[in-house]
Unconditional design. Structure first.
Length: 186
């Protein structure tokens, strides 16, 4: 089977142009992007010095980050029940009661690009972390909630090498598919 270089170059150039467009979009797109993840969820038992029995305390934190190129405005962290909390690093905020319900919102005016805050909560049973925070929203839209697992970081050169091999494989598969199609229609 003879390699048709013209078809191969057309396929490769289309894929490279698509990837370049996506890269251009990621690098130069100007918008805010809120992401959030649970930093930890914990439960502690401690003995009360006065009463002599165990007290259980629950805690969790939410990390909110703006990896976008513009500021995220009017961030609202909605809560079914707002327990004791602490924001780090300290940032100006307010708490608003939602009319007609027991829900509350922590409101933050702005998160600039690359700014990150952590909200830590402390509360007692039967309240659990699922019943505290309901959603995180800004003027630009909903925050993307990430499931975070500790993973080792792969070196960039290894990542780029694997992407290069994947691109070569994709080009090869498309080339073979086009040639098979051309063989079938002859």
């Amino acid at each position: 089977m003879e390699i048709d270089w013209k078809i191969l170059i057309q396929i490769a150039s289309a894929i490279i142009i698509f990837l370049f467009g996506r890269l251009w979009d990621c690098l130069f797109e100007k918008k805010a992007k809120l992401t959030a993840y649970y930093g930890h969820v914990s439960s502690f038992k401690t003995q009360s010095p006065n009463e002599g029995h165990d007290i259980q305390v629950h805690t969790h934190s939410i990390v909110i980050f703006n990896p976008g190129k513009l500021s995220a405005n009017n961030i609202k962290i909605k809560h079914r029940i707002l327990p004791g909390y602490e924001i780090y690093p300290p940032i100006q905020h307010c708490v608003i009661d939602i009319e007609g319900s027991t829900e509350k919102e922590i409101c933050i005016a702005k998160l600039v690009p690359a700014q990150q805050i952590t909200i830590s909560y402390l509360y007692f049973p039967p309240l659990t972390y699922q019943n505290v925070t309901t959603q995180i929203i800004s003027d630009e839209g909903f925050a993307k909630i990430l499931d975070v697992f500790p993973t080792p970081q792969v070196q960039k050169w290894k990542t780029y090498t694997l992407l290069g091999f994947a691109l070569l494989g994709l080009i090869s598969v498309v080339y073979v598919a086009v040639n098979l199609y051309l063989l079938l229609i002859k």
